[in-house]
Design a protein around this ligand. Structure first.
Ligand SMILES: Nc1ncnc2c1ncn2[C@@H]1O[C@H](COP(=O)(O)OP(=O)(O)OP(=O)(O)O)[C@@H](O)[C@H]1O
Ligand SMILES: [Mg+2]
Length: 326
């Protein structure tokens, strides 16, 4: 962090307010062969390696039950690793747990705030001024999330863990928290975020890792991961329900020009990802029409993180808002 001019004074006084030292030249997180087996024998994390440099905004993605919360709990010293080495801000998570805890902020997946808390600064930080007199127990779920985030960040720790911080928030509240996280990161705080919202990961994160069944199966910047998907995506909207989608998918898979394409059925129709999507897309549309399928719309676009996730895990990440607030 190299602030300039008028900012630097404010910055250095904030620096002094920070709690918790960081060991010299340490990465925010350095993990070697981490394994975590729960007492009932569940193997939640199987030998993961990762390094998160100081100052990075790092995203950890994976479907339900993949091992995200377990990993975060190990980093926050709430769970002791079964095997492997974990250093957080340069401190050993096993033998220097207290130092680790003093140098991090942690926003748990389940909202956990002090119901008596009215601290003015927390409220100001979380943009909750209009409800400043309310007791926290009267807050809505979204307001609790925002207060919770403020509580994790208010002491300006050098590293913050955010476990699905925006699940259940309305889009406006989510955007406000994104701005807040971005600002905190711009001031030098490293952030380790898990999320079900791929758009959130795409907007905020410098680098991502995808965890599947306790193992890291992909990592890189959002742009790198999208490039790895390769080519472009042709989305085709169809009338005629799932039988039409199945027939269209079969036609696309057997289409010569799309020999190495990946074809999937979507809610509206099919998606075809291929290097040749732009070149031969119209030929596919003609073939679908010749098979008496009704094409109601189509679009060619660059891959998104949703396509990355689909390519890696074979399933779409469930971001259905009915799941919100779990
Ligand atoms: N206390 C526990 N005892 C035994 N098994 C557990 C415990 N907590 C979690 N698990 C199991 O460990 C695995 C990883 O769970 P974890 O909560 O880390 O997943 P997650 O990626 O955070 O999922 P979600 O997206 O639903 O929050 C799952 O199989 C889960 O059932
Ligand atoms: Mg979790």
């Amino acid at each position: 962090m190299t602030p300039t001019g008028a900012e630097s004074k404010a910055e250095s006084s904030r620096e002094e307010e920070r709690t918790g030292a960081v060991a010299d030249d340490a990465s925010a997180i350095d993990v070697d062969e981490l394994e975590l087996v729960y007492s009932d024998g569940t193997v939640a994390v199987r030998g993961i390696d990762m390094t998160v440099p100081e100052g990075e905004f790092f995203g950890f993605l994976g479907p339900n039950g993949a091992g995200k919360t377990t990993t975060i709990k190990v980093f926050a010293t709430l769970l002791s690793p079964t095997d492997g080495a974990v250093r957080v801000n340069g401190f050993d998570a096993r033998s220097e747990a207290r130092k680790v805890r003093e140098s991090i902020g942690y926003m748990a997946q389940e909202t956990s705030i002090d119901p008596e808390l009215t601290a003015e600064e927390n409220i100001r930080f979380a943009d909750l001024a209009d409800v400043a007199d309310k007791r926290a127990e009267e807050f809505s779920g979204g307001m609790k999330k925002r207060l919770d985030a403020a509580t994790a960040l208010v002491h300006r720790p050098p590293l913050v863990f955010l476990d699905e911080p925006t699940t259940g928030l309305d889009p406006k509240a989510r955007n406000r928290l994104w701005d807040y996280f971005q600002r905190i990161n711009d001031l030098g705080t490293s952030i380790f975020l898990t999320t079900q919202y791929l758009e959130e990961a795409d907007q905020l994160c410098d680098r991502l890792a995808v965890i599947l069944d306790g193992e890291i199966v992909a990592d890189g910047s959002p742009a790198d991961l999208k490039r790895e998907v390769g080519g472009e995506v042709l989305d085709v909207e169809l009338d005629g329900g799932s039988s039409a989608r199945q027939r269209a998918a079969t036609i696309a898979r057997e289409f010569d020009a799309f020999a190495d394409a990946s074809v999937s059925e979507t809610d509206e129709g099919i998606s075809v990802t291929a290097e040749t999507a732009r070149q031969y897309g119209t030929d596919l549309l003609v073939a679908l029409r010749d098979a008496e399928l009704t094409v109601t719309g189509f679009n060619i676009r660059a891959p998104t993180l949703d396509d990355v996730f689909l390519a890696i895990t074979g399933e779409e990440l469930d971001t259905d808002d009915t799941e919100a607030g779990r």
